[in-house]
Design a protein around this ligand. Structure first.
Ligand SMILES: Nc1ncnc2c1ncn2[C@@H]1O[C@H](COP(=O)(O)OP(=O)(O)O)[C@@H](O)[C@H]1O
Ligand SMILES: [Mg+2]
Length: 259
């Protein structure tokens, strides 16, 4: 099965790429899909902080240089069942070459994942790399500078023939924010969804529990679910929603060594 490969992208750092990549991956996994989440921000890897995988010492670099196999570098996030290739925090920063990305693509292309979600570092890639993705999920905050930057990135992806969608993050519904209509006019397309600013996000990062798992009833989680539904409707295959392998309570007990 060929997975649907999404790169989560923006021109700016700090807009919420990693937060959205992690929570979207968890939400799709719980919908019943097999999902692989990959940290390709090889300069500032941060998926590990969100999921409690700070201590892995082998990862993407070993995989794409054929020093390790997929089964050796992926870790299972037990509360959701999601598979993850977190960044190795102790590793010196490096930039993935085209041949490394091609190797990665060849490895996952025949895997049994429905979705591969790739968290990336801010900015552009070369044209050549875009053929390895099915689409870019652009992330912006509702501020002029952020939207202007993301629109420039969208133009770049258009030239590279990479499909893209835009999601707004940290939406506060304040008068000083750009209005959705203004943003859609700049982007020349509809946005997929807007994701609320929510204190659940920093709290959940601190606790190493994705906000979507921590509390499904928050506005943030509802928005993430909407985004997951957008992607699940693209695949058009039937899956059974997965039961969470652990309850929140058993997860906390395990975290503190009681289980
Ligand atoms: N919807 C949100 N509500 C509240 N805080 C958020 C939200 N999205 C992101 N953040 C905060 O913004 C910071 C940067 O987010 P991050 O996902 O690391 O951005 P990026 O990957 O684009 O650099 C994080 O520390 C997180 O706490
Ligand atoms: Mg990030």
């Amino acid at each position: 099965m060929k997975p649907y490969i999404i790169r989560v992208s923006s021109q700016k750092g700090g807009v919420g790429k990693t937060t959205i990549a992690v929570n979207l991956a968890v939400a799709l996994q719980l919908e019943g899909y097999n999902v692989l989440l990959v940290d390709m921000d090889t300069v500032n890897p941060s998926i590990g902080f969100h999921l409690g995988f700070e201590h892995v010492n082998i990862g993407l670099k070993e995989l794409v240089t054929n020093k390790a196999k997929l089964v050796d570098v992926r870790v299972a996030h037990l509360p959701s069942g999601l598979h993850v290739i977190p960044g190795v925090l102790s590793e010196k920063e490096y930039i993935l070459s085209e041949s490394m990305i091609k190797t990665f693509y060849n490895i996952i292309i025949n895997s049994n994942y429905h979705f591969v979600i790739v968290d990336t570092m801010p900015g552009y890639t070369t044209d050549n790399l875009n053929k390895y993705y099915d689409e870019a999920l652009l992330v912006s905050t509702p501020e002029l500078s952020s939207v202007a930057n993301v629109v420039r990135l969208a133009t770049w992806f258009d030239k590279a023939h990479l499909k893209h969608n835009l999601v707004l993050n940290r939406f506060k519904n304040k008068r000083y924010e750009l209005h959705i209509d203004e943003i859609e006019e700049m982007y020349e397309n509809k946005i997929v969804t807007k994701i609320s600013e929510d204190d659940i996000v920093p709290v959940s990062i601190e606790m190493h529990i994705p906000a979507y798992l921590y509390n499904k009833k928050t506005q943030f989680s509802k928005n993430i679910k909407e985004l997951a539904r957008f992607y699940s409707s693209k695949l058009n295959i039937d899956v059974e929603p997965k039961k969470r392998k652990e309850t929140f309570l058993t997860y906390i007990l395990r975290l503190f060594g009681f289980k």
